[in-house]
Design a protein around this ligand. Structure first.
Ligand code: ADP
Ligand code: MG
Length: 270
C-alpha cells in the first residue's frame, strides 16, 4: 500500500526499518576495519527497539547508516521499503550530547531542524511552542541553554528532534549524561510522547534496565566485529507499564538477569 508522506511515496506495509545483511567497514589512511558484519533486523512502525552491547560493538554505526550518514559496505538498509541513500526528513537523530547552540534561545534551538528544511512558519512555531510546553518548558522559550539544567537541555534537544515530525527517532544514549532521577523522569516523558504520536524508535543505551523498561524488544550485540547475538521480546506486563513502574513488574529481574548473562558473554569474547 503506497502513501504520500513528507513529499515521498512510501510503502506503509513495509517495516519502518529493515537491515539486510548489513556490513560496514571504516577506511582510514592506515587501515580498513570491519565495524559491523551481517546485521539483520527489522523494526515495525510504532515499535520501540533498544540496541545494547559493549562499547565498540557498532551501535552508533548502525544508527548512522539508518540516518543515511554512512553507507554500508555490503547489504541493504531500507526505510519504509526504500533504499536509504542519504538523510531523510522521516528520520530524527538525537545524540548523547544535546548540541544546543549556546548563543541561540531555547525556541530558536528547538526550531533549528525546521529552519534547515526551510519550513518555519507561524504554524510550525506554534507546534514547537506546544511541544516545549508539553515537555515542561513553557515560559523558557526566551532563555539560553546555559540557563537550563542538563535534563531540561535534553528535553529541548528532544523537542528539536520531534519538531520536524519524523516518523522514526534514533536515540543514541540520550539519557546517559543525566542524574538518575532526571533520567527516570525523562524516560517516562519520552515513552509517553512517542506512544501518543505513534512514533517508531531505536534507542542505544548502556543501561540494561532502561532498555527493558522502555522497549518492545531488546537486541543484544557483540563485538569484533559487531554482530547481533540475540533478540529478547519484552513481555506485555512490562511493556505496557510506564518505564518507572516497569522495573517493579513481576518477571523484570529474571529478564534482566537473563539478558545480563548474554551481555556478559558478549563482553567476555574480547
Ligand atoms: P558503539 O556505538 O557500539 O560504541 P561504534 O559504532 O561507535 O560502536 O564503533 C564500532 C567500531 O567502529 C569500533 O571498533 C570503533 O572503534 C570503530 N569506529 C567507529 N567510528 C569510526 C571512525 N570514524 N573511524 C574508524 N573507526 C571507527
Ligand atoms: Mg556509540
Amino acid at each position: 500500500m503506497m502513501e504520500e508522506r513528507s513529499g515521498l511515496t512510501v510503502d506503509v506495509t513495509s517495516p519502518m526499518v529493515r537491515m539486510d545483511q548489513v556490513t560496514h567497514v571504516y577506511v582510514t589512511d592506515q587501515e580498513a576495519s570491519l565495524a559491523v558484519e551481517k546485521i539483520d533486523f527489522s523494526v515495525n512502525t510504532g515499535e520501540f527497539v533498544s540496541l545494547v552491547g559493549p562499547s565498540g560493538c557498532g551501535k552508533t554505526t548502525i544508527l548512522s547508516m539508518i540516518a543515511g550518514l554512512l553507507r554500508p559496505a555490503a547489504g541493504q538498509v531500507m526505510l519504509q521499503g526504500q533504499l536509504v541513500n542519504g538523510p531523510s526528513p522521516e528520520v530524527g537523530y538525537m545524540l548523547q550530547q544535546d548540541y544546543l547552540f549556546p548563543w541561540r534561545t531555547i525556541m530558536d534551538n528547538a526550531l533549528l531542524g525546521l529552519e534547515l528544511s526551510n519550513s518555519v512558519d507561524e504554524a510550525a512555531r506554534e507546534r514547537t511552542r506546544l511541544l516545549l510546553e508539553g515537555m515542561g518548558l513553557g515560559g523558557k522559550e526566551h532563555l539560553h541553554p546555559s540557563q537550563l539544567s542538563g535534563g531540561m537541555r535534553q528535553r529541548v534537544a528532544l523537542v528539536r528532534t520531534l519538531a520536524t515530525n519524523p516518523g522514526l527517532l534514533l536515540l543514541d544514549e540520550p539519557f546517559s549524561a543525566l542524574d538518575y532521577q532526571t533520567k527516570l523522569q525523562l524516560e517516562d516523558l519520552v515513552v509517553q510522547t512517542l506512544r501518543e504520536r505513534e512514533k517508531t524508535a531505536i534507542l542505544v543505551t548502556h543501561d540494561l534496565s532502561e532498555a527493558i523498561a522502555v522497549s518492545d524488544r531488546v537486541i543484544v550485540m557483540g563485538r569484533n566485529p559487531g554482530h547481533i547475538r540475540r533478540t529478547f521480546e519484552i513481555p506485555d506486563s512490562i511493556r505496557e507499564a510506564q518505564p518507572f513502574y516497569a522495573r517493579e513488574q513481576p518477571g523484570f529481574n529474571e529478564l534482566f538477569h537473563e539478558i545480563w548473562g548474554e551481555l556478559e558473554a558478549s563482553g567476555a569474547k574480547e
